[in-house]
Structures are given as C-alpha cells and as structure tokens.
Write a protein that binds this ligand. Structure first.
Ligand SMILES: Cc1cc2nc3c(=O)[nH]c(=O)nc-3n(C[C@H](O)[C@H](O)[C@H](O)COP(=O)(O)OP(=O)(O)OC[C@H]3O[C@@H](n4cnc5c(N)ncnc54)[C@H](O)[C@@H]3O)c2cc1C
Length: 484
C-alpha cells in the first residue's frame, strides 16, 4: 500500500490530554498539524482515567449518602445498587464529554487526524500504516498504562486494570486491589460503597509521600467504611481460583496469609507507553521510566519533544499534561528564535495533586519532611483543623484540615489539605505559589462566611498570632488609644 506523504509544522503522536491540547493550540495559531491516535480519542483521562473514575465515585457517594444520614436526623437505608445502571451512568458521562476530544472537532480545527499507530523511521520521519510525515517538530504524547508488578502468577491470572474495571461484568463480590495509591483509594472506597468487599494490598505503607497526619485521616476514613488494608505486605503468588461458584483469584502473601477474591484490580503504578515508537531510530533517549527531557521538554533529538505521562518523572496527571502543552505552545510559537536559551519551563515544583476519595487529600509543592531536608530550620508550618471551621461543623464534616509549609520569611513552599473539598481548597495555594503570594497575602483576602476555604485564611492568619497579640503590641495599642 502506498503511503500518503505529509510535510507539516507539527506532528503529534497520541491524542490524550497532552496531545490534544498541543494540537488545538497549534491549529488555532494557523499551524499545520498531523495528530496520530491508535485508540480512542481523548486517551486515558476521558476513556479510562479521570472521567470514568470521578463518575463512578459520584455513584459511590450517592450510595453512601443513603447509609450516613443519621447524624442529620435522616434515617439510614440500605442502598439498592443497580450496577448495570451505574456503568451506564459512567459511559453516559464519557459520551457527554467525548465530542470535545473528537476526531470531528480536531478536523474542524484544521488538524489531519490519523487513527493508526505511529513510529519513527529515522530522526526526522514518522510513519504509520497509511502515512509518512516530515515535520518541523514532533511531539511524543503517548501516555502511560498500568504497570504489571513482577508477582509470580500474575501473567497467568486474569486481572482488571483502569482500562477494564469500568466495564467489569458484575459488581465484584470481593475486589482485591494491588496498589494503595490514588487509584486504589478512589476505586477501593467506591466499590466498597457500591457493595463490594474490598482489600487493598501494597508493598509500601499507603500514602507515604503525604503528610503522615493527613494520610492517617484518609486511611482511617476508608477503614471505617470497611475497606481492609494489608500494608506493607509482599505478594508471593497469585493464581486463578473459584470464588464461591464463580471465577476468582487467590493471593498468597509472604507471611503465608491467603486472600481469596472474586476480582483483582492492579493499580500499582504506571508504565510509559514507549513500545511501538522505535525511539532508537529517532535518536531519542529513554528508559523504562520514560523519555529523558530537559526543562523545556526537549528530547535528545532537537526536533522531538515529549509531553504528558510519557515524560520521565512527570507523575501521571491530566493538568500536568495540559501545562506541558501550554508551555510547548509558548516555546514553539511565542519565543523569538534567536532567544532560544529563554524558554517557558515545563518542569516545575508546584504541581498540585489530589485524591478524590471522601475525604479528599490534596497537596502541592514540598511536604514538611522534604522542606526540612532542603531548608533545614529555615521553615515554619501553620495548620488549621476543620473542627474549627463553622461550615464544616454545620455539615458535620470536620475530619481533616490544612497545613502550609513556608520559609521563615513567609514564602509558601508547599501545602496539604485533607477533608471535604480539599481538591478545591488546594487551588488557593496553587494560585499563591504560582504568583509569589506569601503567607501575608493569604492572611489578607476576604473569604465569604461560612466556607471551608476559610481555613486558608485562618491558617495563614495564625502565622501572626504570637506577634499580633504579644505584650509589645498590647502596650503599643494602649499607648495609641491614649492619643485617640
Ligand atoms: C483511573 C485513573 C484515574 C485518573 N484520575 C485522574 C484525575 O482525577 N486527575 C488527573 O489529573 N489525572 C488523573 N489520571 C491521570 C491522567 O489520566 C493522565 O495523567 C493523562 O491521561 C495523561 O495524558 P497523556 O496525554 O500524557 O496520555 P494519554 O491520555 O494516555 O494519551 C496517550 C494517547 O496516545 C495513544 N498512543 C500511544 N502510543 C501511540 C502510538 N504509537 N501511535 C498513536 N497513538 C498512540 C494512546 O492510545 C492514548 O490515547 C488518572 C489516571 C487513571 C488511570
């Protein structure tokens, strides 16, 4: 079959969060674009990541609400879960969002969309079954997929990943999850709320990179709903075994414990999608953790860039992929060519992240431990608990709180929030860190009462409690009053 030749400004491999944002930016600036996608337009986030997970979480919350109204005087009832209808709700949400990521929309913007696998044939050419592309720049945005941990027997046992869990045949009677990370927490809690027994196993302690007191709140919340954690624990063997009368799995842990379940979900980290790209032919350096880039996302081949989950150390977030896209567009089309040494940095230390369980856990920047390692004694932390927030009290959702980590001069280095709305509240800290707003600025904004986000102002205000209400200021206030 003869191939169609293209010579374009930019060729993007992968139409997920990163690739789509770059394609739309470039096309709207009048650039010629070829966009390759081998599977569904929209990538992981739309089809098997953020969107379905947040949709099923909403179903879990609705079920949980029926069982937890007694604190408001509403008698709890046992929810009747129609799992097929839950799956239809999830698919409905995907379908509602899909047009924004669709081939039609991108063709409408002027992109050439090719629904095939693409790979490099040399340092300046990409090919697929039906096409051959030369471009001024190439962007690899092929994303990631669920890692398969090296556990004996896993390769011979049917298991679920984020690509299959949202279409699982029936509500799992007992869902065993390998991996106590964000996916394990979100889906573990949700399936428990929908009626499954859930066991989460991990080789490491859960949420180890978070503020320990905040991680504890979340773990205890899941445990109180009946999610069982077995951590840290090494799985020695996995095999197929009938669960009651149906198919199932059996896990043997290193200490001899055996756990039988109806379904196994593997959510133990992500592997960059690099196979099929023939990166050696392009002279692009990579290893199993991802593609090597500099801070401007340039690879070892000056014509080739990488963006999103496929970039080494970029830790799987849609908004990180979107940020990469924005920085690349700036660098490609808004930086004067002779000022090549000036570029918009895409690798930053203030990327927020959130786990959308109930309560939520969100963080940004350095943890207190990391800040102490980096800055020694030149740091100060302030905290505020939802127990002292009137809205949280009114809604009887007082678990958790906020911690801000800053230099002694008040520069915000990081923050963590656990509690209802943590993913929203962290945005204040993200805004502060992006714009150099110090603790003093966070103490001064006017917050509508009563809102949960008030804790940002209260925590920041507590930075000054000792100085404002000291003996010295009391004396000063006394003197000034005399002259009024
Ligand atoms: C269960 C789950 C929940 C998540 N929830 C959140 C969340 O709440 N918030 C958040 O920020 N992030 C979340 N994420 C992470 C988020 O989905 C990813 O960070 C994001 O999708 C990465 O975007 P990307 O463009 O790098 O890759 P992807 O979205 O994976 O897109 C890559 C695309 O490239 C295509 N492709 C690969 N190789 C080729 C090839 N050779 N030729 C052509 N096409 C190719 C793939 O088919 C894919 O469509 C979640 C992930 C999972 C798994």
């Amino acid at each position: 079959m003869s191939k169609t030749d293209y010579n374009v400004d930019i060729c993007i491999i992968g139409a997920g969060s990163a690739g789509l944002s770059i394609a739309s930016g470039a096309a709207q600036l009048g650039r010629s674009v070829v966009l390759y996608e081998a599977n569904e337009m929209g990538g992981d986030c739309l089809n098997s990541g953020c969107v379905p997970s947040k949709s099923i979480i909403a179903a879990g919350k609705a079920a949980h609400a029926q069982t937890s109204g007694d604190k408001y005087g509403i008698q709890p009832v046992s929810p009747k879960v129609d799992f097929d209808a839950v799956k239809a709700h999830v698919q409905g949400v995907i379908e509602q969002i899909a047009p924004v990521d669709s081939q039609e929309r991108f063709e409408g913007l002027g992109c050439t969309v090719i629904r095939e696998y693409a790979h490099f044939t040399d340092r300046k050419t990409v090919e697929s079954k039906s096409s051959r592309v030369k471009a001024k720049r190439f962007v690899i945005a092929t994303g990631s997929r669920a890692s398969a941990p090296p556990i004996p027997g896993l390769d011979k046992t049917p298991y679920l990943t984020n690509e299959t869990i949202f279409e699982v045949d029936r509500l799992p009677e007992h869902l065993i999850i390998i991996g106590a990370g964000p996916i394990g927490f979100e889906l573990g809690q949700t399936f428990r709320r929908l009626g499954s027994e859930v066991t989460i196993i991990d080789v490491a302690a859960p949420l180890g990179h978070n503020e320990p007191e905040h991680a504890k709140v979340l773990i205890e919340a899941l445990e109180s709903e009946g999610v069982k954690f077995i951590t840290p624990a090494k799985t020695k063997e996995i095999k197929k075994k009938k669960y009651k009368t149906k198919s199932g799995v059996s896990l043997k842990l290193e200490d001899g414990t055996k756990i039988d379940g109806s379904h196994l979900l593997v959510a133990a980290g992500r592997t960059p999608a690099l196979d099929r790209l023939d990166l050696e032919k392009a002279g692009v350096k990579y290893d199993k953790r991802g593609i090597d880039t500099d801070d401007a996302l340039r690879t070892s081949n000056p014509k080739v860039y990488a963006a999103g989950d496929v970039v080494k150390g970029m830790g799987g977030l849609t908004h990180a992929a979107g940020f990469h896209a924005g920085q690349l567009i700036k660098n490609f089309y808004f930086m004067p060519p002779l000022l090549g040494q000036f570029f918009a940095k895409a690798v930053i230390d203030r990327m927020p992240a959130a786990i959308y369980s109930e309560p939520e856990l969100a963080n940004i920047g350095l943890s207190e431990k990391d800040a102490r390692e980096k800055y020694g004694e030149d740091i100060k932390t302030v905290s505020w608990a939802f127990e002292e927030n009137d809205r949280a009290i009114a809604e009887r959702k007082t678990e958790g709180g906020l911690k801000i980590i800053a230099t002694k001069k008040g520069k915000v280095l990081g923050a963590s929030v656990v509690g209802e709305g943590a993913g929203e509240i962290i945005q204040m800290l993200s805004l502060a860190m992006s714009n150099g707003v110090k603790i003093s600025g966070l103490a001064q904004f006017i917050s509508p009462y009563p809102t949960r986000t008030e804790i940002v102002k209260r925590a920041a205000g507590s930075w000054y409690t000792d100085t404002i209400f000291s003996d010295k200021t009391r004396k000063l206030a006394g003197i000034l009053t005399k002259f009024q």
